[in-house]
Design a protein around this ligand. Sequence first.
Ligand SMILES: [Zn+2]
Length: 166
Amino acid sequence: MPTVIALHAHPDDEVLLTGGTLARLAAEGNRVIIAVATDGVVGPADGADGRVRLDELRASAAVLGAARVVHLGYADSGHGPVLYADPPDRTRFARADLGEAAAKLAGLITEEHADLLLSYDPRGGYGHRDHIKVTEHEAEDRHGQREHRPGRAVDRRPGPGSDVAA
Ligand SMILES: [Zn+2]
C-alpha cells in the first residue's frame, strides 16, 4: 500500500490546503499520514486551550481518512511583524533548528517507508513564516537523504515526533 505524508505547518492546513487530495488518496487505498510542525498554539500548550487545535486536527484527519497524525513538537510562530519569545514549554517553529526538524521528518519518512511527501511551494503558499520554514525543512530533509550512505552504522536521527493520541 503506498504511503503518503502530508507535511503542514499548522492544524487546519491539512484540510484547507490539501483536504480533497488527502481524502481521495485515502479513499483510493493509500496510507495517508498528516504531519504538522506546530500545534497551532502561540501560548503555552498546557490546559485545554493548548490542545484544541490538535484535537481539531485529529477530528479532521478522521474525516479525511488519514491513518496517523504526528506533531513534530513546535509552537506556532504567529503571523505578523513581531516574532514573540518562545512559550515556556516549547520552541517556536521559526526558531527551530533546521537540522533537528529535518531529522524528525526524515525519521518519520523512514519509519513509514513513505512513497510521497506533500509540502508547499517556496513561499509557503501565502508567506506565513511557519509555512516557509516547512519548505526549508523539507528541502533540508531531501539534502540529508542524498547525503545518507547505505550501511552507516549509527543513526543519530531523533524520533519522528509525537503521535497525536486519541
Ligand atoms: Zn498554516
